[in-house]
Write a protein that binds this ligand. Structure first.
Ligand code: ASP
Ligand code: MG
Length: 485
């Protein structure tokens, strides 16, 4: 069989594009990898820009009484966004080059569009689709500038705005890609470009796509990771793809360094384990991008941007490493709320759980764990602390749960700990050891949940016990193992 052409898709986040030094580092990395494979880079907005765009939208929504003040802040924000890009352009692109005038024109016309959008929001009042459109300008500007920069230093770089190739549903703010159609678009737009060998580098905007009726959608905060994964998904059938995520950490750690006294880098981890890590607190990667990479078995790596040639990084592959430590990581989500809904009537009223989770789902509430006792008269679930008020209002105002036969209790001092490792599959005694360890240290377990995948054991404890629980479990499962080896 003919060997497939190699493509490396590299994701650069805002911190790789924050000043002259970081940008020249990015350039150096791209040039180095270009010698080994065809390169596609996917870039986020310049550092801080997405937050400013969200702020601009919020201020444009206004509040009648403070209209003048909001208007002034909007102008200030737009000016600051314009200035940051202008500085970046001036510092990096030669003023004599043709590209310089192109990027300046592009910047000015996009800034004008933003000003117009602010007006639309002020007149028509908030709408989530306009927020997504406004946010997308961050990536559109940064990637265009980066691509033109590469042109200006003599490389043949092609700019692609991701709404041309990524089709999503219309869940604004957290849209999901429609993979089959997206794959076709990616192949049409990028495959030939690469095969023709006419271009040295493809620069694709991160973070957004578009719906069938061509409205811009964003993929959730940190969504540029997901864009890189989606590109690999679309190209893998015809090419041999790899994704490299350049980050401000070395890779996945086996515990949160803000909580655990010791941590170490996970140099090799499987997709299924990494997904658990991402879900339970590790913020290294957008959780969905792991899923997408796994679907086509695309290997990926997380590399530290600050030390790009370091040997220390994380590789994520399909295979679960055999013979490695049973438990790979102890992760935690410190700020959670636990909601308990109790009623004697749940037994006789099937569909209560469905009603509950529909209500939460429709209101974009992310559920971190669920447990239902077998007596069926209570359902307990965990949510982000930030969502606690919203959930309380939703439940208490709902026709169903707000009625007197349900009692709703919300505890806002909860943390979640997850003991993670594919090795626990077929290994009895892990749960027992977790409970003994916590019990011996006087830590009370408020609730437990184990996914049927047996990749993690989730324990809910009081927040004041969180740090201690992570450390005693780390000692019991990870340090012990190291000592035995
Ligand atoms: N710029 C977007 C954000 O800040 C997407 C990303 O950085 O991946 O969330
Ligand atoms: Mg970012």
């Amino acid at each position: 069989m003919k060997k497939k052409q190699k493509i490396i898709i590299m994701k650069f986040g805002g911190s790789c594009l924050k000043n002259v030094e970081s940008f020249s580092q990015t350039t150096e990395i791209v040039k180095k990898y270009m010698k080994q494979a065809n390169i596609i880079i996917v870039t986020s907005a310049f550092k801080g820009i997405t937050d400013q765009l969200i702020n601009f939208y919020n201020k444009s929504c206004g509040d009648g009484e403070k209209d003048n003040e909001n208007y002034r802040e909007c102008r200030y924000l737009i000016e600051s966004i314009r200035k940051k890009h202008k500085e970046f352009i001036d510092e990096n692109i030669n003023k004599e080059s043709v590209e310089y005038q192109d990027v300046i024109d592009f910047l000015e016309s996009n800034i004008n569009e933003l000003v117009q959008l602010g007006r639309v929001v002020r007149l028509l009042r908030p709408s989530l689709d306009i927020l997504d459109l406004i946010m997308s300008y961050g990536e559109k500007l940064s990637t265009f500038i980066v691509s033109k920069y590469f042109n200006s230093i003599g490389l043949n770089s092609e700019f692609i705005s991701s709404d041309e190739i990524i089709l999503t549903d219309d869940n604004f703010g957290r849209a999901l890609p429609l993979l089959d159609e997206t794959e076709q678009k990616i192949q049409q737009r990028i495959s030939n470009l690469i095969k023709s060998n006419k271009c040295d580098l493809v620069c694709v905007t991160g973070f957004y796509g578009s719906t069938r009726d061509k409205k811009i959608t964003t993929l959730g905060r940190g969504g540029t990771d997901l864009t890189a994964a989606i590109l690999a998904y679309g190209l893998e059938p015809n090419f041999d793809c790899k994704v490299i995520y350049w980050k401000d950490v070395e890779g996945f750690l086996n515990a949160d360094p803000k909580i655990a006294q010791q941590t170490s880098l996970l140099t090799q981890i499987s997709y299924i384990e990494a997904k658990e890590l991402a879900f339970f607190g590790s913020k290294v990667l957008h959780p969905l991008c792991l899923d997408v990479n796994e679907k086509r078995n695309v290997p990926s790596e997380i590399h530290p941007f600050a030390d790009p040639y370091s040997e220390k990084y994380t590789t994520i592959t399909k295979e679960v490493q055999k013979g490695a430590t049973l438990i790979k990581a102890i992760t935690s989500i410190k700020r959670l709320s636990m909601v308990k809904i109790e009623s004697g009537t749940m037994v006789s009223l099937p569909g209560t759980a469905a009603k509950l989770f529909n209500l939460l789902g429709e209101n974009n509430i992310n559920i971190k764990f669920i447990s239902q006792s077998s007596s069926e008269n209570n359902i307990t679930f965990g949510i982000d602390l930030e969502d606690s008020m919203k959930v309380s209002c939703l439940l208490r105002n709902s026709d169903w749960f707000g009625k007197q036969w349900f009692s709703i209790k919300i505890d806002n001092d909860i943390s979640l700990i997850a003991v993670i490792g594919a090795g626990m599959l077929h290994t009895p005694g892990i749960a027992g050891k977790v409970f003994t360890t916590l019990g011996n240290n006087g830590i009370n377990v408020r609730a437990i949940a184990q996914g049927s995948s047996e990749l993690n054991i989730t324990i809910i404890i009081k927040r004041e016990d969180c740090v201690r629980a992570v450390n005693v479990l780390y000692d019991a499962f990870i340090n012990k193992k190291l000592m035995q080896n």
